[in-house]
Ligand binder design. Structure first.
Ligand code: PEP
Ligand code: MG
Length: 843
């Protein structure tokens, strides 16, 4: 049977009410009344009633006013379905008029009474009669003269005296609030917060509980947690009418006093201990029965406590975690609900320093928010300047057109990175996320002038090398100077919430980690292993680049092997460090992937250096470097193709992995190693590499007499590998879908160049979203599903995962769960977000 709702409902414990008909505020007031809280008489207008009011059909005013008695003073407040959708501002003291004013003068004194009346006229003029706010300033000194002038202005502007009867005032207030909800700005604002286009507005009309007795009178708000930290704390303010009238000033605002006992001045706790205790008990009741931390609006009316309203406490991301966990720990909500209540994206805010939301932002330029968090530093334009700056202990921001693997050391040294070019999977973005380094890429309005050592922002302002700027990788903004920051907070509540999430989720979460530092971050965030270790970054460190170049210049296989033998111990040490950090877990090492030219210099000075290093004449070096250049390096000799053409590289890497396993094994650390072959497109590639890797394992095993626990798998990142997954899986223990390259190759879209036109493509609806950012389920996803299905036909227990930049996103996790994948792998800082998201999807 369907409940019928009336346009006007006097709120009682049993009145028929619903948030979808009367809005969240009205429903909450009913719940407060049911909890026996002293809520003043309140009437709720349904969404329909408000909608009618907007088109001029006001509700029956006699019926509306009847519950409030003669000459009431009323407040009108919005009640949208979800309080976060907002609504027009409240209008207080409706019913105020000349007669009331005289009464108030006797009670509060002339100045306070005048101020009260003028404030009402002011808000009525601006928000109801829609008059020019500039004409209705509150003078510093509120007196009869000022009030008279304000009344005269009202009359002049509207050709009517200020209305004295409550019916007229209330009717106008209802009409204007109803119309404000239909305005374009209000509509856009709430739609941005997820409200549907036809979201309704309810209104609540409530008796103002501000009596004129001799006892304590005043109004206040209180909440019982800190909005920033989420820790229990009594916070709020109370404004005493008496203190205001007698000018016993407590704090900056007249009549405002502390809530809790305070040595600095009077407090509500001292002034009205019983009412204060009652207020505390109401807070507790709200928490237990409304299952939420509420901000309570209250008044004291001749000493009697009245509860006017309660709304969910506004909270920072950090507080939202702390509050949800505390509610579950106190058994007010189940753990599942605590896990559901925290927005996963909010976690990533907690993992990084952020610009204080209260701080002023002076924006130089905007780009793509590629790696969250904010950091300030002096501008540097090259990787070597960044290293020099770090050596001096000065934080710096590395500003580049785009970054290349050669910039890696500079990125390590910088506290943030800003590039003119690139998208979410560009080099700078991938490395930035891996390092947890705030990063803004694709700031195309930026101009970098290396010669003059200046950068210029969108509005033409320019900044010299050495000046301080701030990169906000959460919003994509670059700011002048160094605004106030909030520190990252990995507190106990955060750990607890994620432990609970792990109990509910049904898909694994690993990290993409290249260095021991990355691996440590991944371990700290309880990643279940490493899903992708990109080994090439290891070759740019220290003096390895030089050795790498010698290897590239080696003529014969033996020469190459000899040079690689010098890299072997370094690489072995890398793996050993990773294995020790990830003790007992799986580590998936991807064999060398990039084209070799990335290790070679492109400018004259670099070529001269190289010639010196490899002891060859400059023309010969230049020629060899040119010969290695490819028209399309991302589709050229990289990945497994390089592994087959120059097999010594993979041999060395396999040996380093196995010897590292032996070394950590001797220390009692068990590791389950996985070796992954990149850019495979044909089964034979896997066969060739597998036989060599197995041979190396055999040799290491024979020498060490230690059994090696390893698996060999394939990184599926070409469309052909998806199509041929059944025969590829015959030789592969696992298939890991590299969605960066797979997206690039499925679309035929360069991941490094797409940034140039991506926004225009998205704007015109060619692509719903940037496919490098949001996994393209219907295209790339189709290929992945096909690959997974075909892989399973030849090897039913093949381990399936995803390791591109999409890995931590909600859409990709949902997709992988649906397809029965074993795990997702994402950058270390996204691991907590992925753990929570996976749990929410499972619940
Ligand atoms: C991929 O292609 O999805 C991947 C993870 O590898 P990379 O980004 O190193 O090419
Ligand atoms: Mg790839």
């Amino acid at each position: 049977q369907q409940t019928t709702y009336k346009p006007l409902t006097l709120i009682t414990p049993t009145a028929a009410m619903s948030p979808a008909v009367h809005g969240g505020r009205a429903k909450c007031l009913q719940r407060l009344i049911r909890l026996d809280m002293p809520v003043p008489v309140t009437v709720a207008l349904s969404f329909d009633a408000v909608h009618e009011a907007a088109i001029g059909n006001l509700p029956d005013m006699d019926e509306l006013l009847a519950p409030f008695g003669d000459a009431p003073l009323l407040s009108v407040r919005p009640s949208s379905q979800d309080p976060d959708w907002g609504g027009p501002g409240a209008i207080l003291n409706v019913g105020m008029n000349d007669a009331r004013y005289v009464e108030l003068i006797n009670w509060l004194g002339e100045e306070t009474a005048t101020k009260l009346y003028m404030r009402f006229v002011q808000s009525y003029a601006i928000h109801v009669a829609r008059l020019d706010p500039d004409e209705f300033h509150m003078p510093d000194q509120a007196d009869a003269k000022g009030l008279k002038a304000m009344m005269a202005t009202f009359e002049y502007e509207t050709d009517m005296p200020f209305p004295q009867d409550v019916e007229t005032q209330l009717a106008e207030v209802l009409r204007s609030m109803a119309r404000a909800w239909d305005g374009t700005t209000a509509r856009l604002l709430r739609q941005a917060k997820g409200a549907p286009a036809d979201a309704g507005l309810g209104l609540v009309v409530q008796a103002m509980a501000s009596g004129t007795g001799q006892g304590e009178c005043g109004q206040g708000v209180v909440q019982f947690v800190d909005s920033v930290t989420g820790q229990p704390k009594i916070i709020g303010r109370y404004v005493s009418s008496h203190l205001a009238a007698t000018r016993e000033i407590g704090r900056e605002t007249e009549g405002a006093i502390y809530l809790t006992r305070d040595t600095r001045g009077p407090s509500l706790e001292d002034l009205c201990p019983d009412q204060f205790a009652q207020l505390i008990s109401y807070g507790d009741l709200c928490r237990k029965r409304l299952r939420e931390e509420m901000e309570i609006k209250f008044t004291l009316q001749d000493g009697a406590l009245r509860i006017l309203d309660a709304v969910r406490v506004q909270r920072s991301s950090r507080a939202s975690v702390r509050i949800a966990v505390a509610l579950a720990e106190d058994q007010i909500i189940p753990r599942e609900e605590a896990v559901m209540r925290v927005e996963p994206a909010a976690l990533s805010e907690l993992l990084h320093r952020q610009v204080d939301p209260q701080a002023a932002r002076d924006v130089i330029v905007r780009g793509i928010a590629a790696s969250p968090g904010a950091a300030s530093g002096r501008i540097v334009l090259t990787a070597s300047e960044a290293q020099a700056s770090a050596a001096r202990g000065e934080p710096c921001v590395l500003v580049r057109r785009e970054t290349t693997p050669e910039d890696i050391r500079g990125m390590h040294a910088a506290s943030a990175v800003l590039t003119m070019r690139g998208g979410v999977t560009s080099h700078a973005a991938v490395i930035g996320r891996g390092l947890g380094l705030p990063c803004v890429v694709g700031a195309s309005d930026l101009v970098i002038d290396r010669k003059s050592g200046r950068i210029t922002g969108a509005d033409g302002r320019s900044f010299a090398v050495g000046e301080t700027i701030t990169v906000d990788g959460t919003t994509g903004q670059v700011l002048v100077g160094e605004p106030k920051m909030l520190e990252a907070a990995l507190d106990g509540a955060f750990q607890t919430l994620l432990d609970w999430a792990d109990d509910f989720r049904d898909i694994g979460v690993r990290a993409n980690a290249d260095t021991p530092a990355d691996a440590q971050t991944a371990a700290n965030f309880a990643a279940e292993g490493i899903g992708l270790c990109r080994t090439e970054h290891m070759f740019f460190e220290g003096d390895r680049l030089g050795v790498m170049r010698e290897m590239i210049f080696a003529e014969e296989s033996d020469d190459r092997r000899a040079v690689l033998d010098r890299l072997l111990p370094m690489q072995r040490a890398d793996f050993q460090a990773l294995f020790e950090i990830m003790a007992g877990k799986s580590v998936c090492v991807r064999l060398f992937d990039p084209p070799l030219h990335e290790f070679l210099p492109s400018d004259k000075a670099g070529l001269r250096d190289l010639a010196e290093q490899v002891a060859l004449p400059l023309p010969e070096v230049t020629e060899r470097v040119h010969a290695l250049a490819e028209y399309n390096p991302m589709l050229g000799m990289r990945g497994v193709r390089l592994g087959i053409a120059l097999p010594e590289i993979y041999d060395m890497q396999a040996r380093a992995i196995f010897e590292a396993m032996v070394a950590v094994g001797q220390k009692g650390v068990a590791i389950s190693a996985e070796i992954m072959i990149p850019l495979v497109s044909a089964m034979r590639e896997v066969e060739l590499i597998k036989s060599r890797v197995d041979a190396v394992a055999h040799a290491v095993r024979a020498k060490s007499r230690i059994d090696l626990d390893y698996r060999l798998g394939v990184m599926v990142e070409t469309p052909r590998a998806c199509l041929r997954a059944h025969d590829i899986a015959e030789h592969a223990d696992f298939l890991s879908f590299g969605t960066n390259d797979l997206t690039q190759m499925t679309y035929g879209l360069s991941r490094d160049d797409a940034g140039r036109f991506m926004s225009s493509y998205v704007q015109q609806g060619v692509y719903a979203e940037d496919p490098f950012h949001t996994l393209d389920i219907e295209g790339v996803g189709e290929l992945i599903a096909l690959g997974a299905e075909r892989g399973r036909t030849s090897r039913p227990d093949v381990v399936l995962s995803i390791c591109g930049e999409h890995g931590g996103s909600r859409a990709a996790i949902a997709f992988c769960r649906e397809k029965g994948f074993d795990y997702v792998s994402c950058s270390p800082f996204r691991v907590p977000v992925a753990r929570l998201t996976a749990a929410q999807l499972a619940l």
